[in-house]
Design a protein around this ligand. Structure first.
Ligand SMILES: Cc1cc2nc3c(=O)[nH]c(=O)nc-3n(C[C@H](O)[C@H](O)[C@H](O)COP(=O)(O)OP(=O)(O)OC[C@H]3O[C@@H](n4cnc5c(N)ncnc54)[C@H](O)[C@@H]3O)c2cc1C
Length: 381
């Protein structure tokens, strides 16, 4: 059964690897060019919790993934004033059977692409539509080429064109938050033991996340309520200055990281998510990763969810032959968890950007007292 995968991001590439391990013929079509950076709308840094790393372990890729990024020692949530609200030791053996790894999106997608034979991954191949008969599905690529297979998987991200054609009413919705992000050299005054820490700083209506994606480089992400975030400005230097002002109350590395990032390399995005869908497939066509269940990036679990989808889809192909049955099995394995992540990401986003002082205090107290096991289950499984 030949599988066409539209989209060669984390989800599409992981699915191609997982399906090829089950001897299924696969072809991936990605709109981006060979040397291009990941899509500008998604952040260039990501983390893989133990659950995702266990899947890479099964695929024989855990060592390479760890080598391409930073094995995290701790995750910490702090107030903007520096008070620690919550912290977890991420060392393998402490509570987890696998490490958590932070890395750049480009490093992960290059690594995954490098494990596929060259003929499998087709770049600069934008899918513009598809049609289905009883026996097969045909994808129409830009410039008029057509490619055929028995199954088509839309792994084309949060703004999926495959999803638009399957379920036209399922459009992304605004979260009311804006995010700026960039990558900067790690601040030199950072104590070395903090180099492997995922740090999440919560202020009044604003968050700042630091992720050490390489040995000496930090991905940072500043999320604010849209009503309080700097307006888009034609001059990047003005936008950067305004962002730095907004984060002036945040501790040490925050200002240094914004300062060290070239103004034109700071990306501003209005964050969206997708309301949970009742179905991720119709006929021979199904959705995977953000195309199926884009969540607000508040929990940072999107890449791990896409990897879990890839694994579940491959298992479903083991158990069934008919495309409808494969997709039904895959949804059965994945839909509840993905919906939970969508819901919690949205809640955490709202919570992290609470408006009033009493809501901040309530939020900080709740986090201080939150049962560690529940937080671990949400974030790290
Ligand atoms: C605004 C935003 C910001 C985010 N920021 C972060 C972050 O900072 N850190 C983090 O961990 N996660 C972040 N996420 C979530 C994370 O990016 C995703 O959950 C994760 O990348 C899912 O992978 P995916 O493969 O499903 O989609 P994507 O990584 O989006 O990959 C989709 C792929 O499809 C291709 N494509 C799109 N349209 C077509 C087409 N018509 N034909 C062919 N190919 C096509 C694209 O080129 C791309 O390679 C963010 C998501 C959004 C929407």
């Amino acid at each position: 059964m030949r599988v066409l995968i539209i989209g060669g991001g984390v989800g599409g590439l992981a699915a191609a690897l997982a399906l090829r391990r089950r001897q299924l013929p696969v072809a991936v079509y990605d709109a981006a060019g060979p040397a291009s950076e990941p899509p500008a709308r998604v952040g260039p840094g990501l983390w893989l919790p133990p659950g995702a790393m266990q899947l890479f372990e099964r695929w024989g890729l855990a060592g390479a993934v760890q080598g391409a990024g930073t094995v995290l020692e701790r995750a910490v949530v702090q107030t903007a004033g520096g008070e620690e609200l919550w912290s977890v030791n991420l060392a393998t053996g402490a509570s987890f059977e696998a490490p958590s790894v932070a890395l750049s999106r480009g490093a992960l997608t290059s690594l995954l692409a490098g494990r596929l034979p060259a003929h499998v991954l087709n770049r600069e191949a934008t899918c513009e539509g598809f049609s289905e008969t009883e026996e097969q599905v045909t994808a129409r690529l830009a410039e008029g080429t057509e490619v055929g297979g028995e199954v088509l998987v839309g792994a084309d991200g949060a703004d999926s064109g495959v999803r638009r054609r399957l379920f036209p009413s399922a459009a992304p919705r605004e979260t009311g938050r804006v995010s700026h992000w960039g990558v900067a050299p790690a601040p030199t005054d950072d104590p070395s033991e903090q180099d492997r820490v995922l740090r999440d700083l919560w202020g009044k209506s604003a968050r700042f996340v630091l992720l050490p994606v390489e040995r000496d480089r930090v991905f940072w992400c500043a999320a604010q309520r849209a009503s309080r975030a700097p307006r888009p400005r034609p001059n990047p230097d003005d936008a950067k200055a305004s962002l730095a002002d907004d984060y002036a109350e945040f501790p040490g590395p925050t200002g240094a990281l914004i300062d060290a990032t070239p103004a034109e390399a700071i990306t501003r995005v209005e964050l969206q998510d997708l309301a949970p869908l009742d179905q991720w497939h119709r006929g021979r066509v199904g959705l995977l990763g953000d195309a199926a269940h884009a969540a607000s990036p508040a929990l940072g679990l999107g890449p791990a969810q896409a990897v879990a989808d890839a694994y579940a889809l491959a298992l479903a192909f083991d158990e069934h032959d008919a495309p409808e049955a494969v997709f039904a099995e895959y949804e059965n394995r994945r839909m509840n968890k993905a919906r939970r992540v969508q819901r919690r990401s949205r809640q955490l986003g709202d919570w992290g950007h609470a408006k009033s002082a009493w809501a901040h205090r309530l939020r900080d107290t709740a986090l201080r007292l939150a049962p560690a096991a529940a937080l671990r289950r949400t974030l790290f499984s």
